[in-house]
Every structure is written in structure tokens, then in C-alpha cells.
Design a protein around this ligand. Structure first.
Ligand SMILES: N[C@@H](CCC(=O)N[C@@H](CS)C(=O)NCC(=O)O)C(=O)O
Length: 343
């Protein structure tokens, strides 16, 4: 009788190697330098931007916003409390090198996932938390209603952003001309528009909608309807720490899954008596899932109780700016948000 199996002739040797590897595999995604640094320091360092609704200090100097809530959620996942997180704004130009240098543990600053950033620069990304696109904010007195009509305009773009290449691509496609003015500093970027140094500025639409209200006369500008690009905005980290990446992934997914189940900040306690075994595992009533992944059984419960589900985070921070859900709606409601199974 032949002893050939699916491994062919080399089967037994390969099978033995696989068995040894399985026996020596760590049971948890291994922590790396970032998570070690975070636990040693006792605080998560987060790089952010300065756009109302997404990240901005309130009148008491306390950071508020959509991405800020995700920073607090990460603090809950790691430390069980929302306040072991430090937010620092830095320019789009400086924040990726600062992340690489270990000055930040994660960027929650509207970073777009791109293939160059993944392969060439070596960054890793959590789930997209906001599906955005690049837009143009133009002076109304130019008299244009669409970006396609812009010809010969001077356009401000922030250095280090995906906007630099997108705007050049856009004009290459329309065959019209433009003059880019590349500016690093955010205040200077906005000042360039207000002083007529540029005719328009281009950035993620999330950024422009938020910054518009900081301009002295918002009614003097028009947000042109085109979206020049796909800008999936996601948490970004340096390579080399699988467990930190998984904590980020599943923290975001927890907020999405909670919304899908209808679990909210106000009704989460009622769900503690749910008969659904998946919800029992999710909320830590049944601690087996948390034991398997090495997190506090109440980590997801605490996140929902403290910052709410995805929809609540969105509504609280972005509805006041007039944002509708659009692509940032659950997959069950025609959007793109989808959490893999918590099992
Ligand atoms: N998504 C683009 C742009 C990122 C970006 O510039 N984000 C805005 C916030 S959405 C920002 O940080 N602006 C500067 C600031 O707020 O100070 C990228 O990844 O390059």
C-alpha cells in the first residue's frame, strides 16, 4: 500500500515541521515594540490633525472629535480607561516620519491608505473608519460651479498629503492648467485662501468641511461637487507589532458590530441579559472569547458604554457639521462598514 498522502513524498518531513511550528506558535498575536512602549509609558501617543468634528480641542482645551473617540476607545482596549491617551497635532508632512521614528504609536489624523505607504514606506493600516474623497474649496467670486471649469487657477495643497498627486492627476486628465502652491502649515494653508494668494485649496472633503467654519467669511467660498479621489481614512501604525494592529482592528470592528446589533451607549446594560451567545461573548458575559484573545472580558462593553457604537460616534461628532452617513453606513444599510465575526 502506498503511503503517499497530500504532502507527496516529502509528506512526513513537512508534516513534522508543521507540527513543531504549531507547537511553538504563540497563542496570542505577539506584541512588539509599540505595545511594549505603550504599556511601559502608561499612555498611548496619538498624532492628530486640527479639523472641527474630527479632532479639535474644545473651549476647555479637551480634545473632541470622531478620531479622538477612537483614540479613547484604544485607551479602553489597552488600559480599561479612556484617558490614558495623549493627542498631539502635527502637520501632514511631519506625522508619517514621526510615526516611523516612534514619536507616535498611532496616527488618527485622516491618513489615507495607499499602496505606496504600505509597501514603500512600510506602514500598516487598521480598518477604514471614514470613507472620504478629495475636494476643492474655491473662492466664490471665481464664478465656477465645478472643478472641471477651473482653468489657470492657483490652488493651495498641503505638502505630504495624497492631495499633491491627486490634484496633478486631475488636471492632467482635464487637460487644463493650474499652478500648485504647496504649503505645509495648516494656518498658512487657510490664510493663503483668505488673502487671495490662491484661488482655491484642495484637501480631503472632511478637512475642508470642518475648516470652512474657521474661515472669517465661509459664505465667500464654494465646495465644488467633484470628489477627485478615493480617500479611505484609517488608523496608521509603524510595522512590526501584530498585536497592536489587531487591537486597533478589533476596537474599530467592535464599534461597527455593536451598531449592527443595535447595542448603544444607553442600552448596552440591557444587552447583558441577551440570550444570544455571540452577544454574550462580545460583551464578556461569557468570558471565553476574551480569554482566547487576551483582552479584558469587558473591553468591548467598556468601549460601547464610554464612547458608543460607530453610529453614535459619527452622529455626536459629525452630524452637527451636516455630515450624512453616505458610504460610512453599515453594509446592512447600503454602506461599506462591515465587521468580521467576533468568534
Ligand atoms: N488623507 C490625506 C490628507 C491627510 C490630512 O491632511 N488630513 C487633514 C485632516 S482630515 C489634516 O491633518 N490637516 C492638517 C490639520 O488639520 O492641521 C493623506 O493621507 O495624505
Amino acid at each position: 500500500m502506498s503511503n503517499l498522502n497530500i504532502f507527496g513524498k516529502a509528506g512526513p518531513a513537512l508534516a513534522t515541521a508543521a507540527a513543531v511550528a504549531a507547537a511553538t506558535l504563540p497563542s496570542l498575536a505577539s506584541a512588539g515594540p509599540t505595545l511594549d512602549r505603550i504599556t511601559e509609558r502608561g499612555v498611548i501617543k496619538v498624532g492628530v490633525g486640527t479639523t472641527p468634528g474630527f479632532f479639535a480641542p474644545d473651549s476647555d482645551g479637551k480634545w473632541q472629535g470622531f478620531f479622538i473617540d477612537y483614540g479613547r476607545a484604544l485607551s479602553i482596549a489597552v488600559f480599561g480607561t479612556p484617558d490614558k491617551v495623549e493627542f498631539t497635532s502635527s502637520s501632514p508632512q511631519q506625522r508619517l516620519p514621526a510615526l516611523q521614528a516612534g514619536e507616535f504609536d498611532v496616527l488618527l489624523s485622516g491618513v489615507t491608505v495607499t499602496v505606496t505607504r504600505a509597501f514603500k514606506l512600510g506602514f500598516h493600516f487598521g480598518p477604514t473608519v471614514f470613507y472620504d474623497g478629495q475636494a476643492i474649496l474655491a473662492r466664490k467670486d471665481l464664478g465656477v460651479a465645478t472643478a472641471a471649469e477651473l482653468d489657470g487657477a492657483t490652488i493651495g495643497v498641503q505638502s505630504g498629503t495624497t492631495g499633491e498627486l491627486n490634484i496633478a492627476d486631475f488636471f492632467r486628465k482635464t487637460g487644463k492648467s493650474f499652478t500648485p502652491v504647496t504649503i505645509e502649515d495648516t494656518s498658512e494653508f487657510l490664510a493663503a485662501l483668505e488673502s487671495n494668494r490662491v484661488d482655491a485649496i484642495t484637501q480631503d472633503s472632511s478637512d475642508l468641511v470642518g475648516k470652512l467654519q474657521q474661515l472669517k467669511d465661509p459664505s465667500a467660498y464654494v465646495l465644488l461637487p467633484e470628489r477627485l479621489s478615493k480617500e479611505p481614512l484609517a488608523p496608521a501604525i509603524a510595522a512590526g507589532d501584530d498585536r497592536w494592529l489587531e487591537i486597533i482592528n478589533w476596537t474599530v470592528y467592535a464599534t461597527i458590530q455593536a451598531e449592527e446589533w443595535g447595542i448603544t451607549q444607553t442600552n448596552v446594560d440591557e444587552f447583558l441579559t441577551s440570550e444570544d451567545p455571540a452577544i454574550q461573548r462580545f460583551l464578556g458575559v461569557d468570558p471565553s472569547l476574551a480569554q482566547d484573545i487576551g483582552l479584558d472580558p469587558k473591553w468591548a462593553y467598556n468601549i460601547i458604554k464610554t464612547v458608543g457604537n460607530y453610529g453614535e460616534i459619527y452622529e455626536r461628532n459629525l452630524a452637527p457639521l451636516g455630515w450624512e452617513r453616505g458610504y460610512n453606513q453599515l453594509w446592512t444599510k447600503g454602506g461599506l462598514l462591515y465587521a468580521p465575526p467576533f468568534r
